[in-house]
Write a protein that binds this ligand. Structure first.
Ligand SMILES: *[C@@H]1O[C@H](CO)[C@@H](O)[C@H](O)[C@H]1NC(C)=O
Ligand SMILES: *[C@@H]1O[C@H](CO)[C@@H](O)[C@H](O)[C@H]1NC(C)=O
Ligand SMILES: *[C@@H]1O[C@H](CO)[C@@H](O)[C@H](O)[C@H]1NC(C)=O
Ligand SMILES: *[C@@H]1O[C@H](CO)[C@@H](O)[C@H](O)[C@H]1NC(C)=O
Ligand SMILES: *[C@@H]1O[C@H](CO)[C@@H](O)[C@H](O)[C@H]1NC(C)=O
Ligand SMILES: *[C@@H]1O[C@H](CO)[C@@H](O)[C@H](O)[C@H]1NC(C)=O
Length: 420
């Protein structure tokens, strides 16, 4: 008994040594370790590599909480990501970019479809991560290599959906709209602002405290691990999910060519033999993988991952948005609240016609798939996506009557507590 305390201390020391070695092994090459006292030295810059030796002497877990937050909205097409993007776009201290990875995709895989092609998808990832890293550092020039012809004098008309970013439609980038303009129409921005001067866009990005990027072109959360663990970034991921039955329905309406066979199935009640089933299974597999990774709470996701169901956001937009902002540690702003109030009531006619418009009654919209899909397609979806439906609390419907009876909710109340 007498010397057991010594044994305990020895064991303790040994385990600290082992853990320390493990951390060093993991962080040795990929991590640039950074002193608390000069957080700015951690940002990527022209001298990005310069701090290597110096920073190595400091524990890697020190970082400055008040530095820039880099938000990534991880979503899939037709899951409400434009809506969630707006929740950041409307914030005066956020520099928001809508789908910059579009350029990577169209350059590397011009004939990309929504189906699974693992090789294609992997080809994009490396390039996508490089671009994201640069954009979070406000290096928008990095995009230029994706524009053809390459811009002269850092000026371009080629940026995809430039008008979807308030920052790129207001000063210093464009003088046509005042920074306090409550609503900037995307088309109006394209018409009134001249070509995008990327130098001014860089300036605008640097002036703002935070950068938010929305993407539907990263398959799953594990693909972001290298960025999440990069101590030069302060990346936090908002993983947006939606009932796959809602996603499918919305895609059938929106992508009329790609989803033509699904429309035929819906109209005729007969499943076309050559229907591309991977269009659906890919969505569910990716969503399930990210959700499973998230719920297993690996250390690298601590404080960096929040799962948001679109349906919860649609039902309770203000409260959910506040929760997301709280998690990210960003102050909510009046302009965001006002935008939510204006855009989540019904009968708003500003831009509901637009394919990617967000102005609509989101709550009604979230479950409208039940009136649009046939029971057969719904059943098929429930079979293919069974696991992810269960994981996310989307209840299966068992009959055509139940499907169309909107007073029966198919969305389980479920709380997804962020891993802090
Ligand atoms: C980086 O750190 C050095 C030494 O601490 C300091 O002199 C320099 O100003 C810092 N650079 C930035 C960009 O903060
Ligand atoms: C953290 O960063 C902010 C802005 O870059 C700076 O004002 C603040 O002094 C830094 N805090 C510490 C503890 O270094
Ligand atoms: C770029 O700027 C230079 C110097 O201002 C000018 O001479 C040149 O014509 C510009 N190029 C284009 C394509 O606008
Ligand atoms: C873009 O803005 C920068 C910074 O204000 C300016 O120096 C440059 O001349 C502008 N470029 C063009 C092509 O107008
Ligand atoms: C919200 O709607 C009101 C009334 O239509 C309008 O005056 C205001 O500018 C709108 N604000 C936003 C942020 O869209
Ligand atoms: C819809 O569901 C509710 C609750 O289960 C039930 O009371 C009602 O009779 C159903 N309506 C129809 C038309 O089946």
């Amino acid at each position: 008994m007498q010397c057991s305390w010594k044994a305990v201390i020895l064991l303790g020391l040994a385990s600290i040594a082992i853990q320390y070695t493990a951390i060093r092994t993991f962080t040795g090459k990929t991590f640039q370790i950074c002193p608390l006292t000069s957080p700015l030295n951690c940002s990527l810059g022209s001298d990005g590599e310069a701090f290597g030796g110096l920073c190595d002497e400091f524990p890697y877990f020190f970082y400055n909480n008040s530095r820039k937050t880099h938000v990534l909205i991880l979503a899939t097409t037709r899951s409400g990501s434009s809506f969630v993007g707006q929740l950041f776009n409307q914030h005066s201290d956020v520099f928001y970019l809508f789908e910059p990875l579009y350029h990577v995709q169209t350059t590397l895989i011009p004939h990309y479809t929504h189906s699974r092609n693992t090789a294609d998808r992997r080809v994009m990832l490396g390039a996508s991560r490089d671009l994201l890293r640069s954009l979070y550092d406000c290096d928008l020039y990095f995009l230029e290599s994706y524009f053809k012809p390459q811009p002269a004098n850092h000026t371009t008309d080629k940026l995809f959906r430039r008008g979807a970013s308030r920052a790129l439609c207001s000063p210093p980038v464009c003088d046509a709209f005042s920074p306090s303009e409550p609503y900037i129409d995307e088309g109006e921005c394209i018409r009134k602002c001249s070509s995008l001067n990327l130098s001014l866009a860089v300036e605008s990005c640097r002036e703002r405290r935070h950068v938010a990027i929305k993407t539907v072109r990263i398959p799953e959360i594990a693909d972001l691990r290298a960025l999440i663990e990069d101590p030069r970034l302060n990346l936090k991921v908002v993983h947006l999910v939606r009932d796959p039955r809602g996603i499918l329905s919305s895609r059938i309406e929106t992508f009329r060519d790609t989803y033509r066979l699904w429309r035929i199935w819906r109209a005729t009640g007969r499943k076309p033999y050559n229907l591309d089933l991977t269009q659906l299974s890919t969505v569910c597999e990716d969503m399930l993988r990210s959700t499973t990774t998230g719920s297993s709470r690996p250390l690298w996701l601590r404080g960096r991952y929040i799962l948001v169901r679109y349906e919860d956001l649609a039902r309770n937009p203000l409260q959910k948005t506040t929760e997301i902002y709280d998690f990210l540690g960003l102050p909510m702003e009046k302009s965001v609240e006002e935008w939510i109030r204006n855009n989540t009531r019904g009968s708003n006619d500003i831009s509901a016609k637009h394919k990617y418009g967000t102005v609509r009654d989101s709550a009604a919209n979230a479950e409208s798939w039940r009136l649009k899909l046939s029971h057969e397609i719904v059943e098929h979806t429930q079979t293919v996506c069974q696991q992810v439906l269960e994981e996310l609390g989307y209840k299966p419907v068992n009959s055509p009557e139940e499907l169309k009876n909107m007073s029966v909710s198919v969305i389980e109340d479920k709380t997804f507590v962020p891993f802090l």
